[in-house]
Design a binder for this molecule. Structure first.
Ligand code: PEP
Ligand code: MG
Length: 365
């Protein structure tokens, strides 16, 4: 029984008396969010919005967007996704009952969205009034050999600002509706921009977000605060964190990508050559399972040291898989993170690890 009841609940309550590190969860469905809340999550640290686009109607609209020629056409295609997306976010805000929810804007490589089946390509050609050949040419022009290092994350929002605009509308409209329903909650959306490696990318996307959000809030005639922050998941973002901190309300370390890009190891090929390679013991651990404190961890420390003096209000978390690994949680406590975010079933382990880290620190003093 993994619920907060009985003996388990008592132990967890002791842990909570000691820990200073908050524990959030990675969740993008209301069911996961509720499960994590039962296990003690104090917020959502990462809501990935990718899967929300893969339902049939939505992916069709997204494909129309990719094949459109004008801003107006792209906006019209994305408008079809907006009500669904707003519904997704409302359900998450409801599940979190006024606790923080960080929503990350669309991240996957663009190629995951393009149709490969002949029938889908024909359907798209028909809906767009274009020839099959034209659609195939568009698809071919989007092909990349290294999609994970290509057209994804904020780069998508830079080439298609309409996506960021639509997602902002969905986040803000959802927050307004839930806030109106529950006047005793503080619904304060945290919008997270992925894969930033240059402050100007963040500035560019943030401008779209702020203009859109402020217009929505003004139209609703309501007081709603929101934050715009960034993932730190490319080494260059950590190295230029003083610049980035000027534009960010928060940092969240995406240590899956940060590990991939610091080691140059593919996160998608674990279990293949990598497992045998780790067996050589040249590397102490699988760096995707345990935070590499001398490399990736150093980049995290550096980002905090550079960012905090520039923006003392900056809050900092981690939402890579390491957020649920006890030794990594201990390291996150040591370097002064505000929260770790992990998958729902890892929440209790993270709470315990955070308590142990706080106790160890006290003992050492
Ligand atoms: C990460 O890169 O660590 C992260 C949390 O984002 P994703 O796993 O979705 O790339
Ligand atoms: Mg990532």
């Amino acid at each position: 029984d993994a619920t907060i009841a009985g003996e388990f609940g008592r132990v967890m309550a002791w842990a909570d008396e000691f820990r200073t590190l908050k524990v959030r969860t990675n969740a993008d469905t209301p069911a996961d969010a509720k499960k994590a809340r039962e296990l003690g999550a104090e917020g959502i640290g990462l809501c990935r919005t990718e899967h929300m686009f893969f339902e049939e109607d939505r992916i069709a609209a997204f494909r129309e967007m990719i094949c459109s020629d004008t801003v107006e056409e792209r906006e019209a295609a994305l408008e079809k996704i907006l009500p669904y997306q707003q519904g997704d976010f409302e359900a998450l805000y409801e599940a979190l009952e006024g606790n923080p929810v960080t929503i990350r804007f669309l991240d996957p490589p663009l190629h995951e969205f393009v149709p490969t089946e002949e029938a889908d390509i024909e359907k798209l050609a028909k809906s767009q009034g274009k020839s099959v050949e034209t659609i195939k040419n568009i698809i071919a022009s989007l092909h990349e050999f290294n999609p994970m290092m290509g057209h994804r994350g904020c780069r998508l929002a830079v080439t298609y600002p309409e996506i960021a605009k639509m997602q902002t509308k969905a986040v803000i409209r959802a927050a307004i509706n839930v806030q109106k329903k529950h006047s005793d909650w503080t619904v304060k959306p945290e919008i997270m921009i992925p894969l930033v490696c240059e402050v100007k990318e963040l500035k560019y996307v943030k401008k779209v977000v702020v203009e859109t959000a402020d217009a929505e809030i003004a139209a609703a005639g309501i007081n709603l605060e929101y934050e715009v922050g960034t993932m730190i998941e490319i080494p260059r973002a950590a190295l230029t964190a003083d610049e980035i901190a000027k534009e960010a309300d928060f940092f969240c370390f995406g240590t899956n990508d940060l590990t991939q890009m610091t080691f140059g190891f593919s996160r998608d090929d674990a279990g293949k050559f990598l497992n045998a390679y780790y067996d050589t013991k040249i590397f102490e651990n699988d760096p995707f399972a345990k935070l590499d404190q001398t490399g990736v961890g150093k980049l995290m420390e550096m980002a905090i040291k550079l960012g905090k003096p520039v923006n003392p209000k900056l809050h900092v978390g981690i939402c890579g898989e390491h957020g649920g690994d006890p030794s990594s949680v201990e390291f996150c406590h040591k370097i002064g993170l505000d929260y770790v975010s992990c998958s729902p079933f890892r929440v209790p382990i993270a709470r315990l690890a955070a308590a142990q880290a706080a106790i160890a620190e006290k003992k050492a003093k």
